[in-house]
Design a protein around this ligand. Structure first.
Ligand SMILES: Nc1ncnc2c1ncn2[C@@H]1O[C@H](COP(=O)(O)OP(=O)(O)OP(=O)(O)O)[C@@H](O)[C@H]1O
Ligand SMILES: [Mg+2]
Length: 475
C-alpha cells in the first residue's frame, strides 16, 4: 500500500477515536444535565404548589372563622387576601355556597356566578390542583369549611403564576447550553490531541517500514510507547536481524564460491601459459603438464558437483526421493569404495552392525552424507590408524557412529567445520586436498531427513561423528 493510502487509514482511525471520545463524553453529559434541569423545574413547581396550598388553607380557615362570607367589607380580611395574592403573583377568588364570587383580587368576576367543573367538584369535597404548563400558572380550589358543622361553606379559587420559575429555568438552560458548547470545544480539542497521540506510534512504525520498503536498511525500529508497539518493534528487529544474517552468509557464500572456482582455473592458466612460453617442449613434459591440468579440471568439476548438491538441498525437503534402503548394504558399498585409499595409509577400516537396518530415506543423499563422513575419517587420519563405523537402531531411529584415530580438530574450530568452504587451519590439513563442502553437504542431507549430527574430537587423538536419523520419513 502506498503512503497516501496509509495516511488515509491513519486519518480515518484518528477521526474514529475523536468520535468515540466525543460520544463517550457528550451523550452522558447531555443526559445528566437534562435530567437535572427537568428535575429542578418539577421540584420548584411542586414546592410552589405546597407553599400556595398551605397558605391558602390558612386563609380558608381565617375566612371560615370570620363573618367574611356574609360580610365582604371586613377590611382586615380583604387586606389579607390582597397581600396573599400579591405574594403568589396571582389571583384569589372567594366563592360562597351559592357559587357567587364574593371577592376577586382582579376585580373582574366579583358578583358573578362560577359554576365550573372544579368548583362543583370542590363542593363535593374534592380539592383540585392543576398546573397549566402552557400559560405557566398553578390553579387550585380549597374548601372553606365551617368550624362547627364541618360543612363546605365556600371555596377559595387560587391561581399563582409560575413565570418566575420558568424564567429561572430558562436561564439555567441557557447557562447549560453555554457551558455545553464550551465543554464541547474543549472535548474536541482534547480528543484531537489524544487521537494524534494514540495513533502516532503506529504511524512511526509504518513510516520506518516504508523506509525499509524503499531499501533503507539502516536503523532498528524503536517505538516503545505501548507494549504492543514494543513487541512489534522487537519482532521486526529480530526478523531483520535474521534476514541480515542470511544476507551476509549469502554474500560470503557467493564470494567463497567465486574464489574457489577461480583457484583451479588460475592454476590451469599458469600451466598452459608456461607450456606455451617454452620452446622445444618434450612430449614427457607436455604429458606431465597436461596431467596437472586434468587434475585441476577434476577439482573444478568436484567443486561444481558439490555446489550443485548443496544448492539442491537448500531448496526444500520436497526434493527428497524416499525409498526403502538397506543401510547395512549402503555402508558396505561405501567402505568398499573408500578401502583403496585407506589401504594406501594402512588404515584399518572396520564395520560393526548390531542388526540389519532397513529404513525410508533418499538413497543418493544418504550415500553422499555417509560417504563424506567416512572419507574424512580416512583423509584426516594417520599412517596405521583405524576407522570404526558402527550401525545400530531402536524403534524410532537408526544410529551411525564414525570414529577415527586421526589428527582431530582443534576445540576452537569444531563449531565451524559444518560451514560451507570451511577447512581447519591450512597448516593442519595443508597436504590434504578438499573444498570444505563435504560436511556442509552431509549435515544438510541429515537435517533434510529430520536427523541430527554431533561431533566429538580431540586434537592428535581422533574424531567421532554421531548421526541419528528417524527410521521412517515423516513429512
Ligand atoms: N574426521 C576428521 N578428522 C579431522 N578433521 C576433520 C575430520 N572431518 C573433517 N575435518 C575437518 O573439517 C574440515 C571440513 O571438512 P569437509 O568434509 O567439509 O571439507 P573437506 O574434507 O576439506 O573438503 P571436501 O569438500 O572435499 O569434503 C576439513 O577440512 C577438516 O579440516
Ligand atoms: Mg570432506
Amino acid at each position: 500500500m502506498n503512503t497516501q493510502g496509509k495516511n488515509k487509514i491513519f486519518r480515518s482511525l484518528r477521526s474514529r477515536i475523536v468520535l468515540l471520545i466525543l460520544s463517550v463524553g457528550i451523550i452522558p453529559a447531555v443526559i445528566i444535565v437534562s435530567v437535572l434541569l427537568f428535575g429542578y423545574k418539577n421540584e420548584s413547581v411542586s414546592a410552589r404548589e405546597t407553599e400556595v396550598l398551605s397558605q391558602a388553607k390558612v386563609l380558608a380557615d381565617q375566612i371560615s372563622n370570620s363573618t367574611y362570607l356574609t360580610d365582604t367589607s371586613l377590611e382586615t380580611m380583604n387586606t389579607e387576601i390582597m397581600q396573599m395574592s400579591n405574594i403568589f403573583d396571582g389571583r384569589i377568588m372567594v366563592i360562597d355556597s351559592n357559587f357567587r364570587v364574593i371577592q376577586d383580587t382582579y376585580d373582574i368576576e366579583a358578583g358573578k356566578f362560577i359554576i365550573s367543573e372544579e368548583v362543583i367538584r370542590c363542593f363535593k369535597g374534592e380539592e383540585i390542583t392543576k398546573h397549566d404548563t402552557r400559560n405557566n400558572y398553578i390553579e387550585m380550589t380549597i374548601a372553606i369549611v365551617d368550624t362547627i358543622t364541618r360543612e363546605n361553606v365556600g371555596i377559595l379559587l387560587v391561581s399563582s403564576s409560575t413565570d418566575s420559575i420558568m424564567t429561572a429555568y430558562g436561564n439555567m438552560v441557557r447557562k447549560a447550553e453555554f457551558l455545553g458548547i464550551f465543554f464541547l470545544i474543549i472535548l474536541i480539542l482534547v480528543s484531537i490531541f489524544f487521537s494524534k497521540a494514540l495513533v502516532a506510534p503506529f504511524q512511526r512504525i509504518s513510516q520506518t517500514l516504508d523506509g525499509y520498503q524503499v531499501g533503507f536498511f539502516g536503523e532498528e525500529i524503536k517505538v516503545l510507547d505501548y507494549t504492543e508497539t514494543e513487541s512489534i518493534s522487537k519482532a521486526f528487529n529480530a526478523m531483520m536481524g535474521r534476514m541480515k544474517v542470511v544476507d551476509d552468509s549469502r554474500q560470503e557464500f557467493v564470494s567463497n564460491v567465486s574464489h574457489e572456482l577461480k583457484t583451479p582455473i588460475t592454476s590451469m592458466k599458469v600451466l598452459a601459459d608456461s607450456l606455451l612460453s617454452m620452446e622445444d617442449v618434450s612430449v614427457e613434459l607436455y604429458k606431465e603438464f597436461m596431467q596437472d591440468i586434468v587434475e585441476e579440471i577434476d577439482r573444478e568439476n568436484k567443486i561444481i558437483t558439490d555446489l550443485l548438491a548443496l544448492v539442491r538441498m537448500d531448496k526444500s525437503a520436497a526434493t527428497l526421493n524416499i525409498s526403502t534402503v538397506n543401510i547395512n548394504q549402503l555402508l558396505e558399498l561405501i567402505l568398499k569404495r573408500v578401502r583403496p585409499i585407506a589401504d594406501k595409509k594402512k588404515i584399518e577400516l572396520v564395520f560393526e552392525s548390531y542388526r540389519p537396518v532397513s529404513v525410508e530415506v533418499d538413497e543418493i543423499k544418504m550415500m553422499q552424507a555417509l560417504m563424506n563422513l567416512i572419507e574424512n575419517a580416512v583423509k584426516y587420519n594417520v599412517e596405521n590408524g583405524w576407522v570404526n563405523v558402527t550401525l545400530n537402531s531402536d524403534h524410532k531411529y537408526f544410529y551411525i557412529e564414525i570414529a577415527d584415530s586421526g589428527i582431530g580438530i582443534p576445540a576452537d574450530q569444531v563449531e565451524h567445520i559444518f560451514e560451507r568452504f570451511y577447512r581447519v587451519d591450512k597448516s593442519h590439513s595443508s597436504k590434504i586436498t578438499g573444498n570444505g563442502l563435504g560436511l556442509a553437504i552431509a549435515r544438510n542431507a541429515i537435517l533434510m531427513h529430520r536427523g541430527a549430527i554431533k561431533v566429538r574430537s580431540k586434537e592428535g587423538q581422533g574424531t567421532t561423528f554421531n548421526v541419528r536419523i528417524p527410521l521412517n520419513y515423516v513429512v
